[in-house]
Design a protein around this ligand. Structure first.
Ligand code: MG
Length: 113
């Protein structure tokens, strides 16, 4: 997967433009955006409910994942966050919490390594 800053900016512009054209920013406070993201995550879970993972409808996954990304981008925009930086920082933090020599092939939480 190749994503660069201009891809992120392009997506953000599309999402923000969509929202502004409908005057929906008035509804998009941080709390409700977070709730909406959580609800979309639940809809993603619903796609798997009562099925084996391999039976999931990939079109439903695409739809719900796009909803999740949409709200995640709106939250980042609301708080003027640099998406590339916050993801990169989180990966660095996770790499420190999960050193390869301790975590490779293990599903244990970092507190149990
Ligand atoms: Mg949805």
């Amino acid at each position: 997967m190749k994503t660069n800053k201009s891809d992120i900016m392009e997506i953000m512009e599309q999402i923000v433009s969509f929202t502004k054209e409908r005057d929906w920013d008035q509804f998009h406070n941080g709390k409700d955006l977070a709730l909406a993201l959580s609800i979309e995550a639940a809809e993603l879970n619903e796609a798997f409910l009562w099925k084996k993972a391999e039976e999931v409808n990939i079109e439903k996954i695409k739809e719900e994942l796009a909803d999740i990304f949409n709200y995640a981008f709106l939250i980042a925009n609301k708080y003027d966050l640099d998406i590339k930086k916050i993801i990169s920082d989180k990966i660095t933090n996770n790499a420190n919490k999960y050193p390869i020599e301790k975590s490779k092939g293990s599903a244990r939480k970092y507190t149990e390594l």
